[in-house]
Design a protein around this ligand. Structure first.
Ligand SMILES: [Zn+2]
Length: 58
């Protein structure tokens, strides 16, 4: 089972999923909102939220 963390930004009223790239064997690049630039670590307006998705491979 793999857990994916999906990040969202609510700056436009509706949650928009952030683009993020997870590279195997490397640290994930930090997702950033393409509208307001907020990231999970830089979220001055508190618009960032996340949801964990479980994926079962078998
Ligand atoms: Zn945003």
């Amino acid at each position: 089972m793999t857990v994916y963390r999906q990040w969202f930004c609510n700056c436009h009223g509706l949650p928009q999923q952030l683009d993020s790239e997870v590279l195997y064997d490397q640290e994930a690049t930090e997702p950033a909102c393409k509208h307001c630039g907020a990231t999970p670590l830089s979220d001055p307006k508190k618009t960032i939220s996340f949801r964990d998705q479980e994926e079962w491979d078998d």
